[in-house]
Design a protein around this ligand. Structure first.
Ligand SMILES: [Zn+2]
Ligand SMILES: [Zn+2]
Length: 283
């Protein structure tokens, strides 16, 4: 089987379950451990965990209800997911009390150092530096309440650099956000990206077909396959709104707000009267 790594972990069948477990744990506290993830995924019962912690089971794998290959995949997915969510981690020594002091608890039969470490990691949320990599921009722009913006009745047209793809929007933008998140930056190759949200109804490609790329479970991005110009994105769960790169429009529209300024480059100064949000725009 292919090894789970940062490039492919989201495609692993176990990814949604690991994700769900992590989200549930983080709803209650700021840290996640593999043990808690195994508990949430029903790979470890409460009594089995107690047995291990009390030294009644010689090592954790003995009482985990999943084969070793699956366990190591969960550990890899958890690690990749936590790192991409901007969590930090440290090794937490697990021990149990004995008459002669504290004894280290073992996780594996083999005693493999890397695996022992993987089991002993604690992943910590960095509350002060929210991470757009896993956040709003991948579900937004496009979701949330329509921003009150004057919508002149006119067609908006635009297209890519080489002219192979052209589009038209028949109803004015609902909202225009300038996103500083790392995902948008990367997708477009620019320090920030201004997106105009149009109702998908009335938006059409009038020439050519862009290539689609699902950059995360929540978001699809489209670009010209000939010249690479980034054109749109839309949230998988909200296909009624399509966000268009204002820089690809024939007549770029004015921006309403900055979002994800917590992630912006240091040299970018956000000022003036325009609204700005450290993360995505509040719902
Ligand atoms: Zn973004
Ligand atoms: Zn093009």
């Amino acid at each position: 089987m292919k090894k789970v790594n940062a490039a492919n972990y989201r495609k692993d069948k176990l990814y949604p379950n690991v994700c769900k477990a992590v989200t549930a744990i983080l709803a209650e506290k700021d840290a996640v451990t593999p043990i808690e993830v195994f508990r949430r995924m029903d790979y470890l019962s409460e009594s089995a965990e107690d047995d291990w912690r009390n030294g009644k089971a010689p090592y954790l794998e003995k009482v985990l209800i999943a084969n070793l290959a699956k366990l190591s995949r969960v550990l890899r997915i958890l690690h990749c997911h936590a790192v991409s969510s901007n969590m930090s981690w440290r090794i937490h020594p697990y021990t149990r009390k004995t008459k002669n002091g504290r004894m280290p608890l073992r996780f594996t039969k083999s005693g493999d150092r890397n695996l022992e470490e993987a089991y002993a990691r604690h992943y910590l949320l960095k509350r002060k530096t929210p991470n757009p990599e896993t956040h709003t921009c991948e579900a937004k722009p496009g979701s949330g309440k329509p921003f009150k913006r004057k919508q002149p009745v006119k067609n908006y047209e635009g297209g890519c650099l080489c002219g192979a793809v052209r589009y038209r929007a028949e109803r004015g933008p609902l909202k225009v956000v300038n996103c500083h998140c790392a995902r948008c930056r990367k997708a477009v190759g620019a320090p920030m990206v201004a997106w105009a949200d149009f109702p998908a109804e009335g938006f059409t490609f009038t020439k050519g077909n862009p290539k689609r790329y699902q950059s995360s479970p929540d978001l699809v991005r489209e670009f010209c396959v000939e010249c690479g110009t980034s054109l749109t994105n839309h949230a998988v769960e909200n296909p009624a709104v399509i966000s268009v790169t204002t820089a690809s429009m024939d007549e770029p529209v004015k921006v309403d707000m900055h979002i994800w300024t917590a992630a912006k480059f240091n040299w970018v100064v956000v000022g003036g009267k325009m609204k700005s949000y450290r993360q995505g725009e509040p719902e």
